[in-house]
Design a protein around this ligand. Structure first.
Ligand code: AKG
Ligand code: FE2
Length: 313
């Protein structure tokens, strides 16, 4: 055999789906390799290979293990105190009109309206955590804020699972994840969110009797973030001390589910997209195939193929 014949490149063993990716195939190679590694069978809460180094870099293994077992976690050191102060200023500047329930006021539909909110929404440590829970290709869902003052008695409002528009049993692959970002941290007496540990394992909504279950507070130091699974039963806390608890409630959803808030208008805003954090594109669904078919043109098969990869991670 001549030397030349030996170096002839073999035809690449690629699936028709990968061929459809065209120029994107190179960029998506780590994801394609990661799917191959798990044979497309990555289990709930498993960390995909391409994500492993980021989980180590951000020291997230312990909080992910806690989240898996109990359905919630407190993630320390997500953002420096100055960023949390800027987030509080942003929330207060956008809040006012909406009364969430006395003594709480708040603001809604917050993505794309303040750089401090977009910055925490695309925080790489939070996104790595979210990806373990709701998968690659996750979408921005609901971004709302609440400002809670001292109250004489607990705020009415029951314990619930956040994916409360999904029928039970909930899918084993979690669909909704909520990060509760308290700008000044939150202790029990400052009104920390309360959870029923382990309730996510039931994969269903609480019954009326269970909605009165015993709960524990998720206490978080300033710079940290509370997080819970869409299946875990939880409710808001009771602030018994002076001052205010200022929180951003940041929710993300699995690729195939419909996000609560519709932020797709931002993708069409060229000025916004020119300076938006890079991760915003994926969160807004720029690479998703939904709604791409029109009279005379099939669904975008490149985007469809990309979704078949991301949905398995
Ligand atoms: O206000 C809280 O502590 C929690 C509210 C809540 O249920 C949520 O953000 O999903
Ligand atoms: Fe909730």
């Amino acid at each position: 055999m001549s030397e030349q014949a030996e170096t002839v490149e073999k035809p690449r063993d690629e699936s028709p789906m990968v061929a459809l990716l065209g120029q994107r195939a190179e960029e998506l190679k780590p994801l394609i390799d990661s799917v191959q590694k798990s044979k497309g069978l990555l289990g709930p809460y498993d960390v995909a290979e391409h994500l492993q180094t980021r989980i180590e870099e951000f020291d997230l293994a312990d909080s992910i293990a806690h989240f898996r077992e109990h359905g919630y976690a407190a993630i320390p050191d997500v953002a420096p105190p100055e960023e949390m102060d800027e987030l509080r200023e942003a929330i207060h500047s956008l809040s006012g009109e909406i009364t969430v329930g006395s003594p709480t006021r708040g603001a809604s539909y917050l993505l794309g309206r303040h750089p401090a909110i977009d910055r925490i929404a695309t925080n790489p440590k939070l996104l790595a955590f979210a990806e373990v829970s709701v998968g690659n290709g996750l979408r921005a869902s609901q971004f709302a804020a609440s400002i809670m003052g001292k109250a004489e008695k607990p705020i009415a409002g029951g314990i619930h699972a956040d994916q409360n528009w999904l029928p039970a049993p909930f899918p084993e692959h979690n669909c909704v994840i909520t990060f509760c970002i308290p700008c000044d941290g939150m202790t029990d007496e400052e009104g920390a969110t309360r959870v029923v540990p382990g309730s996510h394992l039931m994969r269903r909504h609480p019954t009326p009797a269970e909605a009165k279950s015993e709960t524990v507070p998720i206490e978080v130091e300033k710079g940290g973030v509370a997080v819970w699974d869409g299946s875990v039963w939880h409710g808001t806390g009771w602030r018994r001390v002076d001052g205010e608890r200022t929180v951003l409630h940041a929710t993300y959803q699995r690729l195939y589910t419909q996000p609560i808030d519709d932020y797709t208008y931002l993708l069409k805003d060229e000025d916004y997209m020119a300076t938006a954090p890079e991760a915003m594109r994926g969160l807004l669904g720029e690479r998703l195939f939904f709604g791409t078919a029109h009279a005379g043109s099939m669904v975008d098969m490149g985007k469809f193929s990309e979704a078949t990869i991301r949905s398995k991670l």
